[in-house]
Design a protein around this ligand. Structure first.
Ligand code: ZN
Length: 307
């Protein structure tokens, strides 16, 4: 199975604490890295995690609030100081492109690589050559915001060697052709199609990233069947009203959504600085959805072995 890990570089909301930096979640897929948000200090957290900044990389911003996007400037500049050469794709809501170009002008910084910033629309946002794609869906916050879905590209079904031999296709280059979706001629002169020897395509693993949001029906659908959902959990039951007013979620609301979406795992993040200890938030969530854990800075969750 290809490497697939989630690493948390910042798990606090609005203000950093001694223990938690501002929003930044990273997905490692094989040798590629995918950033979701880049709060202040993201580049330092990335360096602390030993993440090379010259790797295949794309960045997705959920919304244009300082604690989710201000760190992008430092991250881009640090990449340049490390003499990054590979191009970089950056996606986010309206305002992102302007934010980058204006700051580049005012601060007068150049880059050693090509950075392509694009405004996100609902639907498929990006398909990487290394085998993943990212979809966006509007979320429900005080600014135009998107939740993202990371999806590993579908893998071809298993190759049935016995069937191939029975159909008169000997082991060798013809097997490889069938595995790559091409029809071949058998030693009996008959055409053998890939569908005759390949099982059903296997769905790639999926990770949902909510950004800041109230729970919504749309997000239940968007995150349907995810292997893991990383969800806004700014508050506990004690501040349910505040969650509504500030367009965030409680851990219990995150859990209700994860349960309804049929997710396998819920990872709570984006905790209000008032919670030095988030065990109560986890407890409240587990009452609804037992397979819940809390993110902490530098925590790595490994999905590599899970199919
Ligand atoms: Zn936030």
């Amino acid at each position: 199975m290809p490497i697939l890990k989630i690493q948390f570089l910042g798990t606090s909301s609005a203000v950093p604490t001694k223990e938690r930096g501002l929003s930044c979640t990273l997905i490692h897929f094989e040798n590629a890295i995918v950033f979701f948000d880049s709060g202040e200090g993201a580049q330092r957290a990335a360096l602390a995690a030993g993440i090379g900044l010259n790797r295949d990389c794309s960045i997705f911003i959920t919304h244009m609030h300082g604690d989710h996007v201000v760190g992008l400037l430092g991250l881009l500049q640090t990449m340049a100081m490390h003499r990054r050469e590979r191009p970089l794709m950056i996606f986010g809501p309206k305002g992102l492109v302007e934010f980058i170009t204006l700051n580049q002008k005012v601060l007068g910084f150049g880059l050693t690589y090509n950075a392509y910033a694009k405004t996100v629309r609902q639907g498929k946002v990006y398909e990487s050559k290394v085998g993943y794609r990212v979809f966006a869906n509007k979320s429900n916050h005080s600014r135009p915001s998107y939740a993202y879905l990371f999806e590993e590209t579908e893998k071809p079904g298993r190759f049935d060697t016995r069937k191939a031999l029975a159909l008169g296709v000997p082991e060798g280059p013809l097997w490889s052709k069938l595995q790559h979706g091409r029809s071949v001629k058998s030693d009996r002169g008959k055409t053998v199609h890939p569908s005759q020897v390949l099982g059903k395509p296997r769905k790639g693993r999926r990770i949902g990233i909510s950004g800041d949001t109230r729970p919504s029906e749309e997000l239940v659908k968007f995150f349907r069947g995810c292997d893991a959902i990383v969800f806004d959990s700014t508050y506990g039951d004690d501040h349910a009203q505040q969650a509504k007013e500030n367009m965030h979620s409680t851990s219990r609301e995150a859990a209700t959504l994860a349960k309804r979406a049929g997710a396998k795992l819920l990872i709570l993040t984006h905790f209000s600085a008032r919670y030095r200890n988030v065990s109560q938030l986890v407890k409240q969530a587990r009452e609804v959805f037992p397979n819940t854990i809390a993110a902490s800075d530098q925590m790595v969750y490994d999905l590599s072995a899970k199919e």
